[in-house]
Design a protein. Structure first.
Length: 267
């Protein structure tokens, strides 16, 4: 019954990001409508739908294998907090608060959460190289978006959701994607889930930017194409990586580990 409750609550929390107040699916639904600032809609949509809502949905599907979803939510919350400060976007604190409360409720309900720390590291060198290629472009783009948020660029064009300027969330996404890609490169347990989420998010935003050149917060066609290529490479390397066994749940002993150390042999 407790696992059923966890699944129901996790689905409900996912819906709060898909529909209300996150509006993730709503924003994704207008990303091919040129009457909208489509890149800003796409970045908001994938952040709320894929990174946040998708992580809660993953908990509902596999409540004993939550470590990749937990890590993704931590990165999403951290980049939201950075966006609040760097973009001077204080209304985003509402979304950050909702995320923290929902994550805390699920953590309390789960009978046994999969352990995230300490991370079992096993570096995928090709994926690490590809992930590193996205760091500098991500930081530069994030700063441009935060600068737009500071001057109210989204407010000027009317692209605001629940009082939050979309430029701030696009800046958060630009930080989150390379950070998650680097994490996937060094953490085999989360490699497939996180890498595929990064590839889907970056690829979709790059595609929208490529299809609508010159739109608000978009980048030139070459940068859009490079973003899509980076996304494909991250996702492909994640899918080709061997799967890693989940860590023992927090609070439970690994069955392979003896409960007590064997007595020392005497000569």
């Amino acid at each position: 019954m407790r696992l059923l409750a966890v699944r129901i609550v996790a689905v409900f929390f996912a819906l709060t990001w898909f529909v209300l107040p996150g509006f993730g699916l709503t924003d994704l639904s207008v990303t091919w409508d040129p009457d909208w600032p489509v890149v800003l809609e796409a970045s908001w949509g994938v952040f709320m739908t894929v990174l946040v809502g998708g992580s809660f949905l993953a908990v509902a599907v596999a409540p004993h294998r939550t470590a990749p979803a937990q890590a993704t939510l931590v990165v999403a919350a951290t980049t939201m907090a950075v966006a609040v400060v760097a973009g001077l976007e204080w209304p985003l604190l509402l979304f950050l608060g909702i995320l923290l409360v929902e994550a805390a409720v699920l953590a309390a309900l789960l009978p046994a959460r999969e352990r995230v720390l300490p991370l079992a590291r096993s570096v995928s060198v090709p994926m690490l190289v590809v992930a590193a290629l996205g760091v500098v472009p991500g930081l530069l783009h994030a700063e441009r978006m935060f600068a737009g948020s500071r001057r109210g660029a989204g407010v000027i064009i009317g692209d605001v959701t629940m009082g939050v300027d979309h430029y701030a969330v696009q800046g958060a996404l630009a930080l989150a994607l390379p950070a998650l890609a680097l994490l996937a490169a060094v953490w085999p347990r989360g490699r497939r889930f996180i890498g595929c989420g990064v590839g889907l998010s970056a690829g979709y935003v790059g595609l929208i930017s490529f299809a609508f050149p010159g739109t608000w917060a978009g980048v030139p066609a070459l940068e859009s194409a490079l973003c899509m290529a980076w996304a494909v490479a991250v996702a492909a390397l994640a899918l080709l990586a061997p799967t890693a066994a989940p860590a023992p749940p927090r609070g439970r002993r690994d069955p392979a580990t003896p409960a007590t150390a064997p007595p020392c042999a005497t000569p």
